[in-house]
Write a protein that binds this ligand. Sequence first.
Ligand SMILES: [Zn+2]
Length: 431
Amino acid sequence: MRKAFRAAVLHCLADPGESSASSALEYFEDGLLIVENGLVVEAGAATALLPQLADDVSIAEFPGKIIVPGFIDCHVHYPQLDIIASYGEQLLDWLKRYAYPAEARFADEGHANEVADAFLNELLRNGTTTALVFATVHTHSADAIFTAAELRGMRLIAGKVLMDSNCPDELQDTPESSYADSKALIKRWHGKDRLGYAITPRFALTSSAEQLTAAGQLASEYPDVWVHTHLAENKAEVEEVARQFPKSRSYLDVYDHYGLLRERSVFAHCLHMDDTDRSCMAAKGGAAAFCPTSNLFLGSGLFDLRAMRAASVRVGLGTDVGGGTTLSLLRTASEAYKVLHLQDQALPASRALYLATLGAAEALYLDDKVGNFEPGKEADFVVLDPAASSISNRRSRIATSIEESLFAITMLADDRNVAATYVAGKPAAIK
Ligand SMILES: [Zn+2]
């Protein structure tokens, strides 16, 4: 069944920070997005496309609004939904004081199911249609998020956490159980509908050498699953990794040694790295999740987008809730702008959009499926309302270009600016 959506239509064809804006961005002030069977047929100017449309095609009109691709969150922890905005600690103490107790509650399967539903509803309210998600150490926590995503038809990647040391006993697995349980989850969920599996060691400090070996073994057995972990977030963490892994040249080198750096490996944060690390990550196809609200909130450091992209590392935005302070990728982009401004780097709104859509899809190796409105891609999209709040209404009225209007929405945004979210061409099921 063919359907059409009429509004301003905006999407990225490349990184506007690297290509000329005219070739990286496609914008139709009076645009039409045509979808069929959950896929994009075409996006273009309404004046060009309307005459070709059959009479029985329904057209949903959104005057004054902007249709953009669904947002993609490259790093987030669903079990930490309820500890968002917890006061006062940096990473290692924050884990002990807030994250581990919250994750221990996921021993209760009913709790996991309830939070998974609430979490995905929040993502959809914020226009996020795809995410790379940490569960907890409990196998059923991964089942819970996959079941909830399947129910909503979402493209989502998740994994059970691997951790067997330096954490509370009730949150520990073993090298053997983590291997067997992850393998069973891969067989159950990877490639089912729009779901994908990520081998998910929490970070180098909470896995023994035996567990990292087992994770690398799984990664070599399943080259098309993802690897998802944290890297070089906090200085005290980086120093501790250097103490625990004295033979490794760097933190990244620990993961590389165990076969965990490859295409479809996604590393959250990547703050305290050198050029050798960046070149190595790019050469092996690893990607970085830039999580500005978390990096500021936990006092971790500033992500160097210029250096990462100069080395050709794939980069997408991540919210990193609960270390991050919002599930909105628009608000995350506004903090990214400030993090880069502090380092004399620019982040035009068009490039922020790229980092939340096509760039994120490239980081996750999903750009053949989502990220923009090329024909044949899955029709996940968001209808943005530039005038949803009184202040964004005032500001958008005097904007003279789409770049200015998008920048104002990004800086002022909250979930009111997301008028509607569509998953595979249908209104998102928020249940
Ligand atoms: Zn994280």
